[in-house]
Design a protein around this ligand. Structure first.
Ligand SMILES: [Zn+2]
Length: 245
């Protein structure tokens, strides 16, 4: 049986003499593993279209034991990612997060949209890289069902004080009078940015601007929160941090 869907290559494992085992994020079936037979051979028709970050319309053959890539109509390669080690490292972290958290065997349109847009902004220098990382992390946390409670103070319901207090383990927010146990103090601007990431319509998501002084606070908050809810360490994140700090 064959089927077609939009997909992006998240990971490649070389196997056999010249085969590639691809991990893809697909629009219709979420995370999918498929073999690209002989794709490592330069003359093979899948050679150019089954590289990392290749996005396009894929046709698969679904066998009893495994799924194979039949063909790919390539749409985008995000070539800019290959030109800069920092961008490449962040993009690979995005991919690892998707493999960890996107659904399997079901519609994953929102995940694909978040990833494609983030890679576009990253590859084309359209957005500060630290803001982009925060956008991706916190929006993904919300997508997988861990939206932090950012509407108001969990204790008294106050909407805004400057600063506010955020618990990076539980996602709870407190005003400057209630503070709350285990929280960290953040300027209101960081909380406002986090609210934008969580609550804005998708087409406004990437318009987020954050002042220089708050960018790193925002980055620390979203990273700690996402890794806390996923309860996992990410090798690609360690690498990204080793080259940016
Ligand atoms: Zn309060």
């Amino acid at each position: 049986m064959t089927f077609s869907t939009d997909a992006i290559v998240l990971k490649i494992t070389k196997t056999g003499e010249s085969d590639r085992l691809l991990t893809l994020l697909t629009r219709d079936r979420g995370i999918l593993k498929a073999f690209a037979k002989a794709a490592d051979r330069p003359k093979n028709k899948l050679h150019m279209s089954t590289n990392l970050f290749c996005y396009g319309r894929f046709t698969f053959y679904e066998g009893v034991k495994s799924t194979k890539v039949e063909e790919c109509d390539l749409n985008e390669t995000f070539f800019g990612l290959q030109q800069d080690i920092t961008k490449l490292a962040l993009a690979q972290y995005f991919n690892e997060l998707m493999i960890e958290s996107a659904p399997v065997e079901t519609d994953a349109n929102e995940y694909l949209r978040l990833l494609l847009n983030s890679l576009y902004f990253l590859a084309n220098d359209k957005k500060n890289i630290h803001i982009l990382k925060s956008l991706f992390e916190l929006r993904l946390a919300s997508l997988i069902g861990y939206m932090p409670s950012l509407i108001a103070c969990s204790e008294c319901g106050e909407f805004e004080t400057d600063p506010m207090y955020f618990n990076e383990m539980t996602g709870e927010l407190f005003c400057c009078n209630c503070k709350g146990a285990g929280t960290k103090c953040y300027p209101l601007e960081v909380i406002t940015a986090m609210r934008h990431i969580v609550f804005s319509e998708f087409d406004k998501l990437f318009s987020l601007g954050v002042s220089e002084s708050s960018i790193y606070l925002l980055e620390a908050a979203t990273e700690k929160y996402l890794t806390a809810v996923l309860r996992k360490k990410f090798r690609t994140l360690d690498f990204y941090k080793s080259i940016t700090q």
